[in-house]
Design a protein around this ligand. Structure first.
Ligand SMILES: [Zn+2]
Length: 389
């Protein structure tokens, strides 16, 4: 919606300029020329508030030349955003058939046509167009935007190596905007190779962290890699780094940390870390984990006292469920009604998503590094509040 709001006044300004220019040019040749039918149709659409149709009619009045190409490209963008891909492709092909445009116009039109092909799934054609733009060695801005589109195209085809290598050819100043995605391409290349002998997986994950020092996934995968090699201390180091990268992701590291500290026979250190995180970033998982430790070491009563106190400050559905579990263990009376209540709250908890995409709101039970809905990388985080952390 925002695109339309911005695009339409810009298009109107471009049309007005183009129209006046054309009118001036024509007036020097034909003093009494009349506007075309498209112009009147455009006015009619405008009067009846059909802005998109009006824009289209007005632009079609414009003579195609290098001055009016930006207006035509904006019109094609409008078609694509509305899902009218055939119209966008047809318009681009009409423009490409012109032999009197500047070379840079052709490259711009090719990039724009590649976006249409990408949108309709003609990925091979989009790839060929973008590669031809890049090999044409155009000015920096065009080459960079062609490379970014090409990297996204490879991402769509799950060709992580090509996606990463294409993005790596961007200059540092342009890489910042895609560093997040590039780090995930590197992680994808390490996926399925953890624990292997040789340094391929490790190098890829280190590359991911170098590209994007905030990449939580790279640290979690490095920890997995170390754990498969029984390098528990190394794994702990990477898991603790996650807390500095993104405190919301601490719950994702607890189970692995528990395993590492158990292997090292050092549960005390695990408890200290838990306390530290709880003091700084309290969450349901941290609270329930601490209560479980207390229950194992000091019994149900101590665990109950702790969780009742914690729930007052940080209420949550999962914390409440754990409290009912403790009550069921302790009470002889009213067990039946408590069991029923527990079943109901469990159903309620099960019906709630664990993770939510910060971009599009997509809910899921498992953590997705790339949102299945909007395809944004790293946008899913544990749900916060009463029903989550
Ligand atoms: Zn999403």
């Amino acid at each position: 919606m925002f695109d339309y709001i911005v695009l339409i006044p810009m298009l109107m300004a471009a049309i007005a300029a183009g129209w006046l220019l054309g009118r001036y040019q024509r007036s020097t040749q034909q003093l009494h020329s009349l506007p075309s039918r498209d112009y009147y149709h455009g006015l009619n659409f405008l009067i009846h508030n059909k802005t998109d149709e009006a824009v289209e009619r007005f632009i079609r009045v414009l003579e195609i030349n290098s001055d009016t190409v930006p207006a035509y490209l904006a019109l094609a963008d409008l078609f694509r955003k509305k899902g009218e891909y055939d119209k966008a492709i047809e318009l681009h092909q009409t423009l490409l058939a012109r032999s009197d445009l500047l070379h840079e116009d052709f490259l711009n039109i090719q990039i724009s046509l590649a976006k249409d092909y990408n949108a309709v799934g003609l990925l091979d054609r989009a790839e060929t167009l973008l590669q031809s733009v890049i090999s044409d060695n155009p000015r920096d801005e065009l080459r960079h935007s062609a490379r970014r589109l090409l990297a996204k195209l490879y991402e769509k085809q799950l060709e992580w190596d090509k996606a990463l290598n294409t993005a790596l050819k961007l200059p540092d100043s342009k890489r910042t905007a895609v560093a997040h995605e590039m780090a995930h391409y590197a992680c994808q290349l390490a996926e399925g190779r953890l624990g292997e002998s040789g340094n391929d997986a490790e190098n890829r994950l280190k590359q991911a962290l170098k590209l994007d020092p905030t990449c939580v996934r790279a640290n979690i995968m490095l920890a997995e890699h170390r754990m498969q090699r029984h390098a528990w201390r190394g794994a702990i180091k990477h898991l603790k780094e996650v807390a500095d990268q993104d405190p919301l992701m601490i719950p994702e590291t607890l189970q692995m940390l528990w395993q590492c500290y158990t292997e090292l026979d050092n549960i005390m250190a695990y408890q200290s870390y838990l306390e530290l995180c709880l003091a700084q970033y309290p969450s349901t998982t941290l609270i329930v984990t601490k209560a479980q430790l207390l229950q194992a070491s000091q019994g149900d009563q101590v665990a109950t006292e702790f969780i009742v106190d914690a729930l007052k400050k940080h209420p949550s559905l999962r914390g409440f469920n754990y409290l009912i579990d403790l009550q069921l263990l302790q009470s002889d009376v009213a067990v039946k009604s408590l069991s029923t209540l527990r079943e109901l709250t469990e159903q309620l908890a099960q019906s709630k998503p664990r993770y939510r995409c910060g971009q599009c709101g997509y809910d899921s039970k498992t953590l997705h590094w790339q949102c299945p809905s909007c395809k944004t990388w790293d946008s899913s985080r544990p749900v916060q509040g009463l029903e989550g952390e």
